[in-house]
Design a protein around this ligand. Sequence first.
Ligand SMILES: [Mn+2]
Length: 335
Amino acid sequence: MQVNEEEFFNRLLDYRNILYLCHRNADPDAISSAFALSEAIGGTVGLVDGCNRVASVLIEKLGIEVMDKPNPENYGFVVVVDTSTKAQLNDIELISYCVIDHHTTTALTENADFYLHRNATSTVEIIYGILKVMGAPINRRVGIGMLTGIVTDTGHFKHASEDTFSTVAKIIKASGVEYGEVLDLMAITPQDISMRIAILKAASRVELDRVQDMLIASSHVSSFGGSASSMLINIGADIAFVGTAKGESVRISSRAKREAVNAGVNLGQLMEDISNEYNGTGGGHSGAAGIDVIADMEEVLNKCKERTKKILEASLGAMSKDLYIEDELEDGEDE
Ligand SMILES: [Mn+2]
């Protein structure tokens, strides 16, 4: 059952010893959402399976206490934050839980006691709504965490909306944190050597497909698929798919530029559709999504590519014709 901010907070007051559970490889949005709730309501921040680089810097610099791989049975209630699928929780069993999330796919809400889902650019922004309803103060540590969560989840505001900026301004005002402090914190984040190797390998193995002026890049690495996929976008791809084979199973991380999303590419939907064909899990956002299935990596990567090509061919086919005529007029070329 979907509840609003006030109801969400009121329900949490009924529980003692709450565990705020972050998805595997937790990011700043997940950590900071869990941290903000634990500061306001009380409870423990839990990591299902580690966290990413920026999140670990946040934990260290803000002195956030986290419980690694907590056993949900030891807690009175579980609040799953910033997570939309069971796979993101490594399929751990949860008897009684609620969800607070902003992803487009919402598989985890099905069995939840209650949930708060909003189409925000980060979970932190939904948390802000709860703190506001509670009249809870936002201290500097929580403020820095929340702002970092928004900056990273919006790709440094690339996917930000009017609401994102509005909430950022309110968090800055309430916490007294300067935006520069957030940038400084992210700048000190060290680049892992194994990540740099993975990213360079992904670039060297890339395969390209072209539909009009859209480039689809695909590659594979043994880890850091998400970072590699973002990197392929940064160096010129419009859509990127990066596969990681792990024994029998394969994970694909995908990213798309705004232009590709506007042309009809919805990676969250694509990943959900393909994962269903393999009885796996998949989903995410229109511009960033992932899949976990038991299958041949090459086969799944090909499916991702071919479906994306079809979508682009269908939507760009008509558009490109008009552009072509315009080009001709401009250049004054003969037929
Ligand atoms: Mn998020």
